[in-house]
Design a protein around this ligand. Structure first.
Ligand code: FES
Length: 173
């Protein structure tokens, strides 16, 4: 087993838990051993392609270099919770806390990629005109892909809705 894939990140059958590639990318980066060989080994241990693992690493880079005001939207919708979102988010927050990385986490109802969850989305904040400063990107754990939403014209009210938004309409959970 790869050093970047601790037993705690595998289920009882030894398969990596949802979100493990992103957690492993973080571990690799903070260990200072982020080499081509290690990436190959880690991707193989996770059962993902090298390209998929590189996508997780790139998403991690975007998270760790995000400016103040950026938010990590964590999906707490039914589909993502069913796929292990709570454990994934908790591990991700613990990893970030341990490495001193600060990024505001906001729980939201849905990130519109329900079949690919558990999902997290990086929002880099809004411009003065209230539009997204950069296209938001969503890390979809199941497919280990990053989906970029180029629709920067979408107003914030279009979602995703924070779960504690008092003005949001009721949502079925
Ligand atoms: S429930 Fe998470 S993306 Fe829809």
């Amino acid at each position: 087993m790869s050093e970047e894939l601790p037993e705690a990140w595998c289920d009882e059958e030894g398969r990596p838990v949802p979100g493990a590639p992103l957690l492993a990318a973080h571990r690799l980066r903070t260990s200072g051993r982020d080499t081509v060989e290690r990436r190959e080994e880690t991707a193989a241990a996770l059962g993902v392609s090298r390209g998929e693992f590189d996508a997780a690493c790139a998403f991690l880079d975007a998270m760790t270099s995000a400016p103040g005001g950026a938010e990590l939207k964590i999906c707490t919708g039914v589909s993502c919770r069913f796929e292990g979102a709570e454990a994934f988010h908790s591990r991700l927050k613990d990893a970030f806390a341990a490495s001193g990385t600060s990024l505001r986490c906001v729980a939201v109802h849905c990130l519109d990629h329900c079949l690919e969850g558990p999902n997290v989305r990086l929002d880099l904040g809004l411009t003065e005109s209230g539009r997204s400063a950069a296209p938001p990107q969503t890390f979809c754990s199941k497919s280990c892909q990053v989906v970029v939403d180029e629709r920067t014209w979408r107003p914030p009210e279009a979602g995703p809705r924070p779960v504690n938004d008092p003005d949001a309409p009721p949502v079925l959970t």
